[in-house]
Ligand binder design. Structure first.
Ligand code: OGA
Ligand code: MN
Length: 214
């Protein structure tokens, strides 16, 4: 069964809602964070880049220990150049900037910048259970995943599965979240181990992290 924790707690805007979800549970699922038109434009541009061969096999680890481990993850990624966003990426990046400031104002996390990549999972691709905070690096503090898929069905697979971490959570964990276009999933990176279940269709997302200064 697919469960979501999207709540309508009466706050007027999507940023307030995400911030209050983060405070209450550490995780927020916000549907329609972006309009269908923007989702379609970003998705079209990313697929064009993919077809031109701009994506690379994703690696695990970082720095000198970064390596190809297709048995752990076999999606393809393209890092964003946040300083040179394309016209269709810009509205989303501006929204993320608003979100970053609202999180800092309410949670005092000192988030400093966003780094992100497109990730495309071809049929059969998946990403084993992991945390987003690298061992030895505390820089990734908040994970933000925007899904860019049209008409995703449960039988298409590719759910994001979120598990209980070391801290007890009020959330009904584990939970599975479908990669529906326009849906933004935000969570405190160090709190939740998670995985991407095998996908049966091309599955596109724009995944990134708010970081603190190293
Ligand atoms: C990641 C990740 C989840 C998803 O890229 O680190 O966990 O749903 N992605 O795409
Ligand atoms: Mn992850």
């Amino acid at each position: 069964m697919i469960q979501t924790v999207t709540t309508d707690n009466g706050s007027s805007n999507k940023f307030d809602r995400i911030v209050s979800d983060l405070i209450e549970t550490g995780l927020s699922i916000c549907d329609d964070f972006l309009s269908p038109l923007l989702v379609a434009s970003i998705s079209r541009e990313a697929h064009e880049l993919y077809n031109e061969g701009a994506f690379r096999h994703a690696r695990v680890g970082r720095g000198a220990s970064m390596q190809l481990r297709p048995e752990i993850r076999n999606d393809r990624v393209l890092w964003l150049e946040s300083e040179k966003p394309t016209a269709v990426q810009l509205p989303y990046l501006l929204d993320l900037e608003t979100l970053r400031r609202e999180i800092n104002r309410n949670l005092y996390l000192g988030l400093f910048e966003f780094e992100g990549h497109f990730a495309l999972y071809p049929p059969g691709a998946s990403y084993d259970i992991h945390y987003d905070r690298f061992i030895g690096s505390m820089q990734r503090v908040v994970t933000c995943i925007l899904y860019l898929n049209q008409e995703w069905q449960e039988e298409d697979g590719g759910a994001l599965k979120i598990y209980e971490g070391n801290d007890a959570s009020d959330l009904p964990l584990p939970m599975q979240i479908l990669p529906l276009g326009g849906r933004l999933v935000t969570f405190i990176s160090e709190r939740f181990p998670h995985e991407v279940l095998p996908s049966r269709r091309d599955r596109l997302s724009l995944t990134g992290w708010f970081r603190i200064r190293s």
